[in-house]
Write a protein that binds this ligand. Structure first.
Ligand code: ATP
Ligand code: MG
Length: 591
């Protein structure tokens, strides 16, 4: 399968076709990222920037005003993060404003918990909103707008049931039929609408509809619903209302009330645009305008809140912030940085056509940032003991560099002693020719310490290696090496008497297929059962004992890790954020 990544961004405004699974995109991305600094001044504008620049040049607006309008019915995901970067990013670039507006017109699915998490995520991503608004703040105003349209003969109360309304709608080939209630008098409509508000009718008994055209070629304009009755408690307005505006009657009017100049939404709303314009025009209010861009989809995950909620409620993951979730809170917990997510959004850019971005690109951005930011540390995930038989019974404090990518990174003391933990995979009884680690008679450098030579090893009754014995070369200490010996391999280690233990959680992709929503049957049947592996007690160097939740590290040769919020003072938990290389690309090459 091919994955299309449309890049209307930094380096070139071209549509790239990336052939999975080699992820050659990463090569392109390296190029794009490396060139970003130098090209950002002269890069092509995306289509929204072009529109905005024209509007500013023509004097249509003095300043632009965007908004991010989440419905508080779930946690934000990477798709929302793209929309956030776009809306807040445009406002920042053109010295305009960006509001945060909660689109809370559906009392049934919305909760305050979601409002708080959304605010927290936006701040964490590094953005500040100018105004914080709620569509529910406008309920009275919207009611007034509806009354105005009734008075103009442009809205009516319909007694038809949902089924009757659907049956009268017609289809793309046939016009719809007028409701028998379409020609009620203005007075009667005003009275009925007031009674709807007052709670005189049950859910579904009546609706308010716009009086447009039942033969309109765009089905959305065939007398769309404006209000429905819902006797439900709202998370902000409580029981003050039992009628609630539909999305189409709330969104454009809310934009207009806030004087939003560029109302950016996803492509599925393109057919709603004429309706958005119709309400604004008939009400004669500030002419906000809607622009559409393609949703961000990413491989090996699902993005709709409805599906994410199922994963949470049915226990397929450990909550909205499970590190395998594509939610902002999940990615944060896993150790993705806000900068990496912004970089990802910015580099992929925006498109006008539906597209699928490979998750490998996001991981690439995460690695790029953590490579600069994360201190290098040593942890042994699958240990066997290495005894340095000619090393005296003492402890030596060695200086190890924290981060070769950061000139101010400094060094730390790491204790070295006669007994060390090393990775089981770094020893082979019958090592092949190009194995540059330990095996009978082989030599390797212990990171930041000495060169050792394997003399022999012990096995248990089942034939598993339990201990490796080496001798060390005293003149070979890193930084002071006068031994004249060159070895090809370097391995990491942790001193046995000084080691601390920690839990490590390793993650893989949550789904086994690229686009679970597009496969036959239930998307949940494509869940990868091996997406989480827990190592209850790995050995870490003592300096890591002071790590705090949210801290990032590179465990040498093992990947980037982040301290999980489940950690307690005596029990550290590390999440593997991402491996050092793309393990999937390597797998694919083998095939
Ligand atoms: P979902 O389908 O995941 O539930 P939604 O569109 O219902 O998403 P909203 O809370 O209404 O979620 O979205 C808030 C804003 O984020 C909207 O402007 C929406 O267009 C944008 N958005 C949502 N999902 C994506 C996505 N995958 N890519 C880009 N923008 C998105
Ligand atoms: Mg929505």
């Amino acid at each position: 399968m091919e994955v299309n990544v449309f890049i209307s961004c930094r380096a070139m405004p071209v549509s790239y076709t990336i052939f999975r699974p080699e992820l050659s995109a990463c090569k392109y991305f390296t190029f794009a990222l490396r060139n970003q600094a130098s090209m950002s001044e002269e890069r092509s504008l995306n289509f929204l920037e072009e529109i905005i620049e024209l509007h500013l040049k023509e004097g249509k607006y003095e300043h632009i005003h965007t908004r991010f309008p989440p419905e508080p019915n779930g946690y934000l995901h990477i798709g929302h993060a793209s929309s956030i970067c776009l809306n807040f990013g445009l406002a920042k670039k053109y010295k305009g404003k960006c509001n945060l507006r909660f689109d809370d017109t559906n009392p049934v699915t919305e909760e305050t918990e979601y409002v708080e998490s959304i605010k927290n995520d936006i701040k964490w991503l590094g953005f500040e909103w100018d105004g914080e608004y709620y569509a529910s703040d406008y309920f009275e105003k919207l009611y007034g707008f509806a009354v105005e349209l009734i008075k103009k003969g442009l809205a009516y109360v319909d007694d038809s049931s949902a089924e009757e309304i659907a049956a009268m709608k017609g289809n793309t080939m046939e016009p719809g039929k007028n409701s028998p209630h379409r020609d009620r008098s203005i007075e009667e409509n005003l009275q009925l609408f007031e009674e709807m508000r007052a709670g005189k009718y049950k859910d579904g008994e009546k609706t308010l509809r716009a009086r447009i055209d039942m033969a309109h070629p765009n089905l959305l304009l065939r007398d769309p619903l404006m209000y429905r009755i819902k006797h439900a408690h709202h998370h902000r307005t409580g029981d003050a209302w039992c009628i609630y505006p539909m999305y189409d009657f709330a969104h454009g009017q809310s934009d207009s009330i806030e004087h939003i100049t560029h109302s950016i939404c996803t492509l599925e709303f393109i057919h709603h645009r004429p309706l958005y314009n119709w309400f604004i025009e008939k009400l004669g209010i500030f002419p906000s305008q809607q622009y559409e861009f393609a949703r961000r989809n990413m491989t090996y995950t699902v993005m709709s809140k409805r599906k994410l909620l199922q994963l949470v409620n049915e226990g397929h993951v450990d909550g909205w912030d499970d590190p395998r979730m594509p939610t902002v809170s999940g990615m944060r917990r896993r150790g993705y940085t806000a900068q990496a997510i912004r970089q990802f959004s910015d580099t992929v850019g925006i498109a006008k056509r539906e597209n699928m971005v490979d998750v490998g690109l996001l991981e690439f951005c995460v690695r790029e940032h953590l490579n600069k930011k994360a201190n290098r540390m040593m942890a042994v995930l699958d240990p066997i003991k290495l005894v340095v038989s000619n090393y005296p019974d003492q402890t030596e404090e060695l200086d190890l560099e924290n981060n070769p990518e950061d000139e101010n990174g400094g060094t730390r003391k790491v204790p070295f002693s006669r007994e060390l933990w090393i990775e089981r995979e770094d020893f082979m009884e019958n090592a092949p020719k190009k194995f540059f680690r330990l095996g009978p008679g082989l030599m390797v450098r212990l990171k930041g310490a000495y060169i050792v030579k394997c003399e022999n090893f012990k096995k248990d009754a089942d034939g598993n290696v339990t201990e490796v014995h080496c001798t060390y070369i005293p003149e070979s200490r890193s930084g002071h090496d006068t031994s004249g010996i060159n070895v090809k391999g370097t391995i990491h280690w942790v001193s046995v008497p000084h080691a601390k233990t920690a839990e490590v959680r390793l993650y893989d992709r949550l789904f086994k297929v690229e686009d679970p929503s597009n496969e036959e049957g239930d998307f949940k049947s494509y869940i990868n059962e091996n997406s989480k592996q827990v190592l209850p007690a790995v050995y870490i160097e003592p300096a890591l004992a002071a790590a705090q939740p949210g801290d990032h590290f590179q465990f040498l040769r093992k990947g980037y890790f982040c301290v999980d919020t489940d950690s307690t003072p005596g029990h550290l938990v590390f999440n593997r954020t991402v491996g050092l290389k793309d393990a999937w690309a390597k797998e694919a090459k083998k095939q």
